[in-house]
Design a protein. Structure first.
Length: 318
């Protein structure tokens, strides 16, 4: 079944929209992903995950955007907005206009999936989604793909175990681990993909993401006004908490300092089950096992993204 908007004729688009009025918008960028991966990893994986979700749960997939906030200081990388800035000159207006056009074209829900997930990119995407949910009165989700598989212990990295495993499952011909020598690998942040990445692990992560996206595609457009408001409040609470931590610590990565310890593992199920009060509680709690408990751990301890790459290469996890 064809779900890629650019490959569909008008009658096919209209039939798909009538059956399930959800529009997927995949995001990524062109960025160095090691010697073993293609430069378009972020958008390529996000697009394919959306396509497979739409084939399973309904909806239409817009072509991906190759451009966003930040990127490594490495070759073959196109940077539009600065890496460590919460503001966005280019991406935010694009996202907002995309959402307006989605509603004008008859879609009743929008799912923005970013495969490029620096801290500033994630903040921009989620904040824009919350804003447009409120302004347009349709639910707009803006999330990094790994947030939908946190309970599978997929915590995101850069061109390392997680991303490489996903690409080995989705596009095995795109990965060539033989191009990697010994650690440290240039521009790779996380567990050594040469030693750890497998297509089987990638399939496990992808199945969780696709299952959640398909479920959201089927249900989001049918949320009533109360559910939409609760969703916007919950997602807004996440954005607000992330920004507060960034302000208090002076580092945009503060809210991600302990994500690998499972502090947000309850998010994917809460989202797909429409338990929005649970999401808000995660964001607002001061318990040490929740996002709010990161302040003490994060203050003065959170490295910039380039330092994360360096430390990850030494086996330290952030």
């Amino acid at each position: 079944m064809e779900v890629r908007l650019e490959h569909m004729r008008p009658a096919e688009i209209e039939a798909a929209r009538e059956a399930c009025p959800t529009l997927f918008i995949p995001l990524g960028t062109i960025e160095w992903h090691g010697l073993h991966n293609i430069a378009g990893v972020d958008a390529v994986k996000a697009h394919e995950l959306c396509v497979r979700a739409a084939q399973r749960g309904g909806g239409v997939v817009h072509p991906p955007l190759y451009g966003g906030v930040g990127g490594l200081n490495e070759p073959h990388t196109f940077i539009f907005d600065p890496e460590d800035s919460a503001g966005s000159v280019y991406l935010r207006p694009w996202l907002e206009q995309w959402c307006r056009e989605a509603k004008r074209n008859g879609y009743r829900a929008v799912v923005i999936v970013t495969g490029h997930y620096g801290a500033a990119q994630q903040l921009c995407v989620r904040e824009a989604a919350v804003r447009m949910t409120t302004l347009l009165d349709i639910p707009v989700l803006g999330t990094a793909e790994y947030w939908l598989a946190l309970d599978e212990q997929y915590y995101g990295d850069h061109a390392a175990f997680f991303e490489t495993s996903i690409m080995m499952h989705l596009f095995p011909e795109s990965v060539d681990l033989s191009r990697l020598g010994d650690e440290p690998h240039r521009g790779v942040g996380g567990r050594d993909p040469k030693k750890c990445a497998t297509a089987a692990e990638g399939e496990r992560f992808c199945e969780a993401i696709i299952r959640r996206l398909a479920s959201l595609s089927r249900t989001m457009h049918a949320w009533d006004a109360g559910q939409r408001r609760a969703f916007a409040r919950a997602e807004g609470a996440l954005v607000r908490r992330q920004m507060e931590l960034a302000g208090e610590t002076g580092n945009l990565w503060a809210a991600w300092r302990r994500i690998g310890e499972g502090v947000l593992d309850g998010y994917p199920a809460a989202l797909t089950d429409a338990r929005f009060d649970d999401i808000a509680a995660i964001a607002e709690s001061d318990d040490v096992n929740t996002l709010g408990g990161l302040i003490a751990a994060a203050a003065g301890l959170v490295p910039a993204r380039g330092e994360i790459i360096r430390l990850a290469n030494q086996g330290l996890e952030f």
